[in-house]
Ligand binder design. Structure first.
Ligand SMILES: *Cc1c(COP(=O)(O)O)cnc(C)c1O
Length: 388
């Protein structure tokens, strides 16, 4: 029998510091409802921003593809796993993003890991916003490049680091476009200008922006008018598209390079064809129904304003459906989330290491279905708790 006693002190430490995570069973239901331990709660914790995971058209597309092609893709894309559904979705994603080509990955995490490790190496330097998603950080580390972190949105600090970054083969600036735990938006025009001035690549992770921001839902690069100036645009099918998978859009040469060098894509089984069909259907809805994201952004702005007016600390400037309420202490974040849950609302308590020490928070996320009356009802629960 293996002796696992050495794990005990670490688990005890997590419990003592209120950082232990219990992973519960949650069933997602239509219209942002969910079932948790037998109770129906309104889901203010997921990332299904447009409620497409339960859209009948998306489900139907997945069912049809599963009936025809089975549940799995049987192999990696390189071997025999790239079905016509993969090819069609890649073409559709490239057109959607206004790029020449696109490549699918098993997840957004894998897309970030694979892309950074393929584009950077030991002769290069990567400059990362301090609040970047863990998958970008892990990709930077895996690449073996020199890894430098700049303070969140600190353009002057980044510029100073770029000045010093001489003697490297390539310089990469890496950023989320919408920060996943803060909901604020990166200044892409300024980052583009720095990248151009210092001959750096700009890698932008649009995980939370795809389908949500921009007139046509392409993301923050579209919203800020710099779509053609971003070197590499990464996205996920797992948030506003309601499914699973990651993708990179860019020039044909970039995508060909990634097909030959991005190891999480090369050595992982391709997405199930049904997932590709579902994402294709979701993408068509995103393009045909802009009112979904308009409703979402309007409701999000209203909720953020009413929380801010009540003196709650939302951190920076949440600009969309991710609205953090900073409580700082992990035990307090847990207690407030628990109280909201007993009132019928599922809201995530986010603690280190997901966010920096001392910045534990509630992370409220809205969807098209909750952006109206139910977000006002949530505010009605939250405000009397006197968290300011
Ligand atoms: C969720 C997220 C990812 C990972 O995407 P998955 O498809 O869930 O693996 C990557 N980047 C950011 C910023 C995210 O929030």
């Amino acid at each position: 029998m293996t002796n696992w006693a050495w794990l005990k002190p670490e688990l005890d430490r997590l419990h003592e510091q209120r950082l232990f995570r219990r992973v519960r069973e949650v069933t997602s239901l239509p219209e942002a409802w969910c079932l948790v331990e037998g109770r129906r709660l309104r889901n203010f914790a997921g990332n299904d921003y447009l409620n497409l995971s339960h859209d009948p058209r998306v489900i139907e597309a997945a069912c049809v593809a599963a009936q025809e092609a089975g549940t799995g893709s049987t192999a990696s894309a390189l071997v025999c796993g790239r079905t016509p559904w993969h090819a069609a979705l890649e073409t559709q994603l490239a057109q959607f993003k206004g790029e020449e080509a696109a490549i699918l990955f098993p997840t957004g995490y894998a897309a970030n890991l694979g892309t950074l490790a393929a584009l950077a190496g030991t002769e290069d330097i990567v400059l990362c916003d301090r609040l970047n998603h863990a998958s970008l950080v892990d990709g930077c580390r895996l690449s073996g490049a020199k890894f430098r972190v700049y303070r969140h949105d600190d353009l002057a600090g980044l510029e100073a680091q770029l000045h010093k970054a001489t003697g490297f083969r390539r310089r990469l600036i890496v950023t989320d476009s919408v920060f996943s735990m803060d909901g604020d938006v990166a200044p892409l025009p300024e980052l583009c200008a720095l990248a151009e001035r210092f001959d750096a690549l700009l890698i932008v992770d649009e995980a939370h922006a795809t389908g949500v921001f921009g007139t046509d839902g392409h993301g923050i690069a579209e919203a800020q008018g710099v779509a053609g100036r971003v070197s590499v645009s990464i996205g996920t099918l797992s948030k506003a598209l309601g499914g699973l998978g990651g993708f990179v859009a860019g020039s044909t040469d970039l995508i060909d390079y990634l097909r030959n060098h991005a190891r999480p894509q090369m050595f992982s089984t391709a997405l199930p064809p049904a997932q590709c069909a579902a994402a294709s259907a979701a993408l068509r809805i995103i393009q045909a129904e802009p009112e979904r994201r308009q409703l979402l952004l309007k409701g999000s702005a209203r909720l953020a304003q009413s929380l801010r007016d009540a003196g709650l600390n939302l951190g920076g400037q949440p600009a969309g459906p991710i609205i953090p309420v900073l409580l700082n202490d992990p035990a307090k974040a847990l207690a407030v989330a628990r109280e909201l849950e007993s009132a019928g609302y599922l809201v995530a308590a986010i603690r280190p290491p997901t966010v920096p020490q001392g910045t534990s928070r509630l992370r409220i996320t809205l969807t098209t279905a909750t952006a109206g009356a139910s977000s006002q009802a949530l505010a009605g629960q939250l405000l009397p708790m006197n968290l300011a």
